[in-house]
Design a protein around this ligand. Structure first.
Ligand code: FMN
Length: 318
């Protein structure tokens, strides 16, 4: 590298702003101090590193008061926060002396605290500590992990991001809503037989499960346990008083034997969806995009109306 390139300086707040365009999750990194008390801080620098051996990393500022503890620890844990855990992120981003008194947590394999309700958790032994400018890179070898159905909390440009749709925001549109799900079971798509043709499972709102009119209620009645991962499409149909907003999640479904006996349920391999049996044109177009993107493994969020819209790519799964 030439000297003029390597010695270039730039505005550090602009540099931070540019880095903030990278969307991350939010984690709490924890360890047990030599006196036996727990220590932890909020970090979005968490990254997966290697599958074999299983390695992750997190970067810790040398200005963090817990920096010395993490530089010397033999074990630590990383809890990936769920979207209802913004207050937990706030507690661990503070210098509060009693962070662990303010949240529910438990020790798992290594003894390092893992936050209750997290989307995922990784118990690690310290693999390597790398000095890197004003941070250290703490690389951990994962010795135990878990993950749950809880939707993860996102972080971008200095603000928290929710990946699931706020039900309050939906209610505020005033339009009738239909909340449905594109659910895969092994290699097939779940469709329901109705007198009008094939449909995706849907309800007038997402929750609660006890409401037979909600999507969760419909799935429960069918004996299906669904993991709704992300919103796949949002579109409007109709206008004036008949306007409605359609929200479709994508996810996976486990099932009981009873559910698979239900004659209204059809599991259809993606390349063999009987398109002309689908009763809704907008749903057919959405599913055609789903099948296309599923084969490319690049999902986007669709925002628009039932005729026109834009696709914003959300993620490339690894
Ligand atoms: C969303 C978010 C992400 C953060 N990520 C990091 C990080 O990756 N590394 C870091 O050292 N500090 C990070 N911080 C700041 C620390 O959480 C903060 O400095 C905290 O006070 C450190 O705790 P301590 O002083 O008890 O060590 C982050 C804060 C927030 C709100």
């Amino acid at each position: 590298m030439s000297e003029s390139i390597s010695e270039q300086t730039f505005d550090s707040s602009e540099f931070r702003r540019a880095l903030g365009a990278f969307v991350t999750g939010v984690t709490v990194v924890t360890a047990v101090q030599p006196d036996g008390s727990p220590r932890g801080f909020t970090a979005n620098s968490f990254t997966s590193v290697s599958l074999d051996p299983p390695l992750i990393l997190v970067c810790i500022a040398k200005t963090a008061s817990s920096h010395g503890v993490f530089a010397a620890t033999d074990y630590f844990a990383v809890s990936v926060l769920a979207e209802d855990q913004k207050p937990v992120s706030g507690v661990f981003a503070s210098r509060s002396p009693d962070k662990f008194a303010q949240v529910a947590w438990r020790a798992r394999t290594t003894g390092a605290p893992v936050i209750d309700g997290a989307s995922a958790g990784f118990d690690c032994s310290t693999y390597q500590v790398v000095d890197a400018g004003d941070h250290i890179i703490l690389i951990g070898r994962v010795v135990d992990f878990f993950h749950s159905n809880a939707s993860p909390l996102g972080y971008c440009r200095g603000a928290y991001v929710n990946f699931s749709l706020s039900q309050e925001a939906l209610a505020a549109t005033g339009a009738r809503t239909q909340v449905g799900a594109i659910l895969e079971h092994r290699d097939g798509l779940l469709l329901l037989e109705t007198k009008d043709g094939l449909q995706l499972p849907s309800g007038i709102k997402l929750e609660p499960e006890t409401d037979a009119g909600s999507l969760r209620g419909v799935l429960r009645k069918l004996g299906l346990s669904a993991h709704l991962d992300f919103i796949f499409a949002v579109f409007e149909s109709g206008s004036g008083p008949s306007a409605s907003v359609h929200v479709y999640y994508r996810g996976r479904v486990g099932s009981s034997a009873a559910a698979m006996m239900d004659r209204t349920i059809r599991i259809v391999p993606l390349p063999q969806i009987p398109w002309d049996e689908l009763c809704d044109d907008a749903v057919r177009a959405m599913l055609q995009r789903y099948v296309r993107e599923r084969s490319e493994d690049a999902f986007g969020i669709y925002v628009g109306d039932s005729e026109a819209g834009t696709v914003q790519t959300l993620a490339q799964s690894r």
